[in-house]
Every structure is written in structure tokens, then in C-alpha cells.
Design a protein around this ligand. Structure first.
Ligand code: ADP
Length: 361
């Protein structure tokens, strides 16, 4: 694959802050490359350096084998993170205006439809919702039908339906051969869209690779979390009351609740022992058990052991390692603070959300 973008050892400081501390990367023709990292990681500075909107202190960037500022602007599309178009123009006027800046531009109506704004095209930008505004901005980056598209946080502030629509649009553009470099702090977005992901933390790339390879290498094992405590404040109160009573009462045998708490925990311990004698590593936590390395086809066996030992659980949650785990593993921090779990058990509020896990049960 030909590289359309090559950056070497980019460094950029602002005062005492090192925004980029030696970033090297390359992006192949037709690839979707996602830069992932928390706020302040250096994503925007990197995009700006790659597009020539800021000069790095040192290092080099080649885009289509030229300096970024020397590339035919017809070939590049850029959605900056901060983009405040004239608010009194309608979505249609904005897209048409930006289309007018290029010798060869696409039909604004087609773009408005693609970004899902056709029905609100006559609405002034200032009266669009935050998500509609962002989608209109994405539209302005597409008017020149770019070969290389930079999208800095394209879906931040966009509601879930709008986000999915933008994901489909980016996938379609990629299918048609557009090279896309995007930034996001949504791991699910990177996992879904990117051929390769660059994990950026403190101005450095902690790792680069396909989501699958990164997860396989750094993500750790699957986990089955068995909540034997329901975790609710009410339940905690009940347990606290029960144990207070037990402490005050010389004859604990006569009180029901402490007995059941004790037996539940004994059952969990027994289940932990039973599972450990098989091939699972079991961790006992305040809320229950965490069974590591449970493959989907093993879930039934674990549940059978829990039932055999009389363990009563509020919820079973099975999680596969994902990019969030990779980021955590490599940087010791969370990239977006929103790890998603697949709940497959009987918790009252549990919404099954993982088709594989449900199917396997
Ligand atoms: P991200 O896009 O990942 O949130 P940025 O590239 O915006 O990260 O910022 C990286 C670091 O550089 C942050 O600490 C930020 O405060 C700092 N920074 C970025 N741009 C400027 C600027 N124009 N002036 C001063 N500091 C900046």
C-alpha cells in the first residue's frame, strides 16, 4: 500500500507544555486511521501539524509526497475541531458557500443528504442542534470530494443516531477509496471505523495497530463478573443493618439476615474454590466474583457451578477486552472513561447488550 502521509518525529511545545513529543506515523492510501486519546493528549495539535495549519518545532510531514501546505487543496478535506461558520447562514447556504471555494465541487444537495441534514437545510446554522451543526460542518469538509480527509472529533456532541449516520458515511467514503484520518475519544468509534488506531497519550503514540491486533496483544483476558451483592444503596443499608444487628446480638443464630449474608458469601467462596479447581482464575471482590479467561462457550459451565453451589447473584456481566482495556494497560489511564460491558445475567436493570454473549447462552 502506498503511503499518502508520512510524519517523522514531530515535536511541538506551547510554553512549558509538550503537545507533541516525537510522533512518527504513516497512513496508507485508502486507510482509515484513528487517533485516539483523552483531552489534552495532543490529537488536535497532531492534526494541525499533519495538515500544515501549525508548524511543528521539529520533525517532518509529507502528504502525497509534498509539504502539507504545498498539496493541491482540492485533494484534502479538513474538519477542524473548532469550526465556527457564520451562524446566520442556513445549512444549505454554508455547504454551497464552501463548495464555491473549489474549482470542482460536489452537488451541495447530495452532501446535505449524505450528512442527514437535507430536511433542515433551510434552517440557519444558529438554530440547528449541536449534532446537526457538527454534521453540517462535516458536510463542508466533503465539498471538494477529497482524496484525504481529516476529521478532528467528527462526532463529538452528536447524538447516537447522528453518530451512527456519520459512521456509515465515513465507512462509505472509505469503501470508495477516500483515506480518512480522524480523531476521537470514543473507543467504540475507533474500533468500528479504523483499519489502524494510534493511541496517543501525553503527546506520544503509545501504540499503533489494528484494533484486533492491539486488543490481542495488550487487552488482557475476558472477564465474567458475578455480582452476589446487588450493589444498591438499599441493599447496602439492609446489609449494614443486618450486620449491626448481628454485632449487637449475642445470639447471631437467631437473626435471619446475617445468616443469609454469611451463607451467601460462603456459597460464593465455595463457588470460587470450585471454579479455581477447573481452569479459571477467580478473584473475590466486594461485589462478588470476577472469573477471568471465560470464553463464551464456558459461560454455561461457570453458571452451572454457581447454581450447584447455591450462589445467588444479581447480575452476570461478561466483557471482552477492548481498546479501552488496551489504553488502560498501556497508559494506566482511561481514554474516555466509559467502558462498555455486556450484561447477560438476571440483574433487574440489566439490559443485554452483547449479541454474542446472549447467543451463546
Ligand atoms: P487534544 O486534541 O488531544 O485534546 P491538544 O492537541 O488540543 O490535545 O492539546 C495538547 C496539549 O497542548 C494540551 O495540554 C493543550 O492545553 C496544549 N495546547 C494545545 N494548543 C495550544 C495552544 N494554542 N496554546 C497553548 N497550549 C496549547
Amino acid at each position: 500500500m502506498t503511503d499518502v502521509l508520512v510524519a517523522e518525529d514531530l515535536r511541538r511545545t506551547y510554553g512549558d507544555t509538550a503537545a507533541l513529543s516525537g510522533v512518527s506515523l504513516s497512513v496508507g492510501d485508502g486507510e482509515v486511521f484513528a487517533l485516539v486519546g483523552p483531552n489534552g493528549a495532543g490529537k488536535t495539535t497532531l492534526i494541525r501539524a499533519l495538515t500544515g495549519t501549525t508548524e511543528p518545532d521539529s520533525g517532518s510531514v509529507r502528504v502525497f509526497d509534498s509539504r502539507p501546505t504545498a498539496v493541491d487543496r482540492q485533494r484534502i478535506g479538513l474538519l477542524p475541531q473548532s469550526f465556527d461558520p457564520p451562524e446566520r447562514l442556513t445549512a444549505r447556504e454554508l455547504v454551497t458557500y464552501y463548495a464555491g471555494l473549489y474549482d470542482e465541487a460536489r452537488d451541495p444537495e447530495a452532501i446535505l443528504a449524505e450528512v442527514g441534514i437535507a430536511e433542515s437545510a433551510a434552517t440557519r446554522y444558529e438554530n440547528l442542534s449541536g449534532g446537526q451543526q457538527r454534521r453540517t460542518c462535516v458536510g463542508t469538509a466533503l465539498v471538494n470530494d477529497p482524496d484525504l480527509l481529516f476529521l478532528d472529533e467528527p462526532t463529538t456532541g452528536v447524538d447516537p443516531a447522528g453518530r451512527r449516520a456519520l459512521w456509515r458515511l465515513i465507512e462509505r467514503l472509505a469503501d470508495e477509496g477516500t483515506t480518512v484520518v480522524l480523531t476521537t475519544h470514543y473507543m467504540a468509534e475507533a474500533e468500528r471505523l479504523a483499519d489502524r488506531v494510534g493511541l496517543l497519550a501525553d503527546g506520544k503514540l503509545a501504540a499503533v495497530g489494528s484494533p484486533t491486533a492491539l486488543v490481542a496483544e495488550h487487552g488482557g483476558r475476558t472477564r465474567l463478573v458475578v455480582e452476589t451483592s446487588d450493589g444498591s444503596a438499599e441493599a447496602d443499608d439492609e446489609r449494614a443493618e443486618a450486620s449491626d444487628e448481628a454485632e449487637m446480638n449475642d445470639d447471631a443464630e437467631t437473626t435471619d439476615a446475617p445468616d443469609s449474608v454469611a451463607s451467601a458469601s460462603a456459597a460464593a467462596d465455595a463457588a470460587a474454590d470450585a471454579l479455581t479447581t477447573t481452569d479459571f482464575e477467580v478473584e473475590t471482590t466486594e461485589r462478588g466474583l470476577v472469573v477471568h479467561g471465560v470464553a463464551p462457550e464456558d459461560i454455561g459451565r461457570v453458571v452451572g457451578t454457581l447454581d450447584d453451589r447455591g450462589v445467588e447473584y444479581g447480575a452476570l456481566t461478561w466483557t471482552e477486552p477492548d481498546l479501552e482495556d488496551v489504553f488502560l494497560q498501556l497508559t494506566g489511564r482511561s481514554a474516555d472513561g466509559s467502558g462498555e460491558a455486556a450484561t447477560i445475567g438476571s440483574g433487574a436493570d440489566a439490559e443485554p447488550s452483547n449479541a454474542v454473549a446472549e447467543g451463546e447462552l
